[in-house]
Design a protein around this ligand. Structure first.
Ligand code: 5GP
Ligand code: ZN
Length: 122
């Protein structure tokens, strides 16, 4: 598995243990850790090991990219089940580009749970 590193990328550094984080899970394709600024009682970031900047790059990655994002969703669902809020309602959010609030340019999904969520999300 390609774990290429983005220049000066915060999440590559967390992946490689160069910056500490409260890691929740790790496998050959994705890793997950607690968000430093939680927006819900549970707020975990689920991140592909492979560096790519935004979800805009996903179509060009073909089957490999689809596999990574599938794993990412499966890991999020497993964490939701493990924490006991799977049946209550939880959210998996990708912010894509600054206009949607993306601030770290290494693809990641926000797993949010443990409170009610409104719609539209704002
Ligand atoms: P984005 O805004 O790109 O969708 O999400 C980036 C997320 O990374 C934010 O929710 C932010 O709180 C989180 N974050 C930023 N820096 C750090 C850090 O150093 N450690 C951890 N654990 N989370 C971080
Ligand atoms: Zn990165």
């Amino acid at each position: 598995m390609d774990s290429s590193t983005g220049a000066d990328c915060l999440f590559c550094k967390i992946r490689d243990g160069e910056i500490p984080a409260r890691k929740v899970r790790e496998d050959d394709r994705v890793f997950a850790f607690e968000d430093i600024n939680p927006q819900a009682p549970a707020h975990v970031l689920v991140v592909p090991r492979r560096h790519f900047a935004t979800l805009d790059e996903l179509p060009a990655l073909g089957a490999e990219g689809e596999g990574i994002v599938g794993r990412l969703a499966a890991v999020a669902a497993a964490i939701a089940a493990e924490r006991g809020f799977a049946g209550d309602g939880w959210r998996l959010v990708f912010n894509v580009n600054p206009g949607a609030g993306q601030s770290v340019f290494h693809v990641h999904a926000h797993l949010l749970g443990g409170r009610p969520f409104g719609w539209p999300p704002g």
